[in-house]
Design a protein around this ligand. Structure first.
Ligand code: 4NP
Length: 158
């Protein structure tokens, strides 16, 4: 199983949307049995909470139900048990590096490295904005998720 962990700050907006979009691409490719997919936040403010209602509504509008996801905080053990740990923005990436210790094996990256034509390297935090911000996030994580899957299929011969 290839473990893929998406990471943002609160795990109620961007990373649950990235998780849902990536899972959609994996399932559409018939590869669900090959992947373990999860998301988490570097902060613990929203542990146990469902995704933000705006994130749920946006994902559902694109055919993806993320209502069953629950907020979870990234722990250092995730950097050994997941193969890929994918940050939404630079600050998330920096926080991931702070947990990274000897023996950790996950490859860490920023999601928008998959999408060099996006015009931005960071998925913007939509929390304090309106619905348009969530649609923009969906567009980014959906397109980048497709590219990430294509890259992992090549890397793992799937
Ligand atoms: P996320 O958005 O990192 O995309 O889940 C946020 C959600 C909550 C907070 C910040 C960002 N917060 O400060 O509570």
């Amino acid at each position: 199983m290839i473990g893929v962990m998406f990471v943002c700050l609160g795990n109620i907006c961007r990373s649950p949307m990235a998780e849902g979009a990536f899972r959609k691409h994996v399932e559409a490719a018939g590869l669900g049995a090959h992947f373990r997919i999860l998301s988490s936040g570097t902060a613990g403010y929203h542990v146990g909470e469902a995704p933000d209602p705006r994130a749920q509504k946006t994902a559902l509008g694109h055919g993806v139900d993320i209502s069953m996801l629950r907020g979870r905080q990234l722990v250092k053990e995730d950097l050994a048990s997941f193969d890929y740990v994918v940050a939404m923005d630079r600050s998330n990436w920096t926080n991931i590096q702070k947990l990274y210790k000897r023996g950790h094996t996950a490859k860490t990256s920023m999601l928008l490295e998959e999408l060099p034509d996006a015009g931005t390297t960071e998925v913007p935090d939509p929390y304090y904005g309106g619905d348009a911000g969530f649609e923009h996030v969906w567009s980014l994580v959906d397109r980048a998720g497709a590219r990430l899957l294509a890259r992992l299929r090549r890397a793992h011969g799937l």
